[in-house]
Ligand binder design. Structure first.
Ligand code: GLN
Length: 192
């Protein structure tokens, strides 16, 4: 199994480190040809407008859309914004997942926070049902899920922070910024 990490901007290095801890072969993706031979892809947190602009500049939009039709993608934070269909404003999006996302929904950088989440799917994938400690940095929320997308996790006030649609996963939080590998392990179960 070989998993790519989109390495245009943001915290791709932390995702690569997490995959290495799980003994998974990885590749940094910066050009369309870097997608060849990959079984899945992670799109990291960062700044979704910048990731989008660079993806347009490097002719990655169409190859990424096609990759997501057939292969598993995990989008974290800015990555979740980038794989969504609707964010209520105009910026380059892959439009792969039937989720409506609101950027910066928890406020500004100083409103970043951490909280424990209950994510039942992690128990199925890893056998552990310990609370999942999630880190939110100027995070988006998933306002709604459509089509056959389902909610994976919400914060206590009910706002959705993780969703899945088939082989596509989106999180408002940063699973790569803790020592807990369970979310990445869950993602790997979606990779064919
Ligand atoms: N606020 C960023 C955006 O809108 C996302 C922040 C992050 O990825 N940590 O793209």
């Amino acid at each position: 199994m070989k998993i790519g990490v989109l390495a245009l901007q943001g915290d791709f290095a932390e995702h690569i480190a997490m995959l290495k801890r799980l003994k998974v072969e990885t590749a940094a993706v910066r050009l369309p040809e870097h997608l060849n031979g990959l079984d899945g892809l992670i799109i990291p947190g960062g700044e979704s407008t910048t990731i989008g602009k660079l993806a347009v500049a490097y002719n990655l939009m169409e190859p990424l859309k096609q990759f997501g039709q057939r292969h598993a993608i995990l989008g974290t934070c800015a990555g979740a914004i980038f794989i969504s269909k609707d964010i209520g404003r105009d910026q380059p999006l892959l439009g792969l997942m039937d989720i409506k996302v609101q950027r910066n929904a928890f406020g500004r950088q100083i409103d970043s926070f951490e909280t424990d989440l209950d994510i039942p799917e992690l128990k199925q994938a890893t056998g552990s049902d310990a609370p999942y400690h999630a880190v939110f940095i100027r995070a988006p929320i998933i306002e709604s899920v459509g089509g056959d997308a389902k909610i994976l996790a919400s914060v206590p006030d009910g706002r959705i922070v993780a969703a899945q649609q088939g082989h596509l996963l989106a999180t408002s939080f940063h699973p790569e910024l803790t020592n807990d590998t369970r979310f990445h392990e869950y993602f790997l179960t979606l990779v064919d």
